[in-house]
Design a protein around this ligand. Structure first.
Ligand SMILES: [Cu+2]
Length: 126
């Protein structure tokens, strides 16, 4: 048990937010890692029918944004990774209720080494 607690404390997920939404929402945050390299490889959210890891990519000459599912997001050893608009995000699809400014909801992130981490997400205005 002590071993599990020590592993979980190695990762800190900070500043998690989403914008107001009715159907689909992206969630952004920063993962700070004080230990060995890890991989964010799963996400759950009871407030949406589907929760997945996505990456945004600009395509073609039009510069249109395309979103692609990704299997994992690498978190470097003693470093950090930021999920932000235009890049990696957690994609919530088919929300079970609208997200309004000032509300909070929970997501669960799964890391290959550290296991599950609960994250509180704030709904912020654009
Ligand atoms: Cu997406």
């Amino acid at each position: 048990m002590m071993h599990v607690i020590a592993l979980a404390a190695v990762l800190a997920v900070n500043g998690a937010y989403a914008h107001p939404a009715v159907d689909n929402a992206a969630v952004y945050f920063t993962i700070a890692n004080a230990g060995a390299a890890d991989t964010l490889d799963g996400v759950r959210c009871s407030d949406a029918a589907s929760a997945t890891l996505h990456r945004s990519e600009r395509v073609g000459r039009s510069g249109r944004m395309l979103m692609l599912p990704v299997a994992g997001i690498r978190v470097p050893a003693r470093g950090s990774v930021t999920l932000e608009p235009g890049g990696y995000h957690v994609m919530l699809e088919n929300l079970k209720h609208p997200l309004a400014v000032g509300q909070h909801f929970m997501i669960r992130l799964h890391f290959a080494r550290a296991g599950w981490v609960n994250v509180r997400v704030a709904v912020r205005p654009y």
